[in-house]
Design a protein around this ligand. Structure first.
Ligand SMILES: [Zn+2]
Ligand SMILES: [Zn+2]
Length: 139
């Protein structure tokens, strides 16, 4: 790939994503980048996020929840999503027992990747639930 010069906008979006692990939505990224580049438009943010994820510099996550989320961490890792507040955390575990190997023999697909999302309650919501007593959160 030719080394195209990165626009200031794209650079700012990438920096925002790399310094957070909150897996923000496009709208949240827009709010943050706007602090630095007040004239940037939401459309530009969306467009740049698309290009960045196509070129593999960020990851677009579609793991449930109302909006797509973006991840500046592109190394392979898993996620946990809180069903109560939609928080998404990174899970770094050894993925040496390859999920893909397990399935490789059982289907005719040429497997190129996989996703695993754990869901439940994040530490904050768990704490709150314990304080509030018996309120149960269900899928
Ligand atoms: Zn939560
Ligand atoms: Zn992540």
């Amino acid at each position: 790939m030719s080394k195209k010069r990165m626009t200031r906008q794209k650079q700012a979006i990438l920096e925002e994503l790399r310094k957070t692990d909150s897996h923000p939505t496009a709208d949240e990224i827009y709010e943050r980048v706007r602090q630095k580049l007040p004239h940037i438009s939401l459309g530009t943010v969306y467009r740049n996020l698309e290009t960045l994820s196509k070129s593999g510099l960020v990851k677009k996550l579609d793991i449930g929840g109302p909006q797509k989320r973006f991840d500046g961490e592109v190394e392979s890792h898993y996620h946990a999503r809180c069903l109560n507040c939609d928080r998404i955390d990174d899970l770094f575990v050894s993925t040496s027992v390859s999920m893909e190997d397990i399935f490789r023999d059982s289907c005719d697909y040429q497997i190129t990747g996989h996703q695993l999302v754990l869901f439940g309650l994040c530490p904050e919501c768990k704490k709150r639930r314990n304080i509030n007593g018996t309120k149960r959160i269900q899928d």
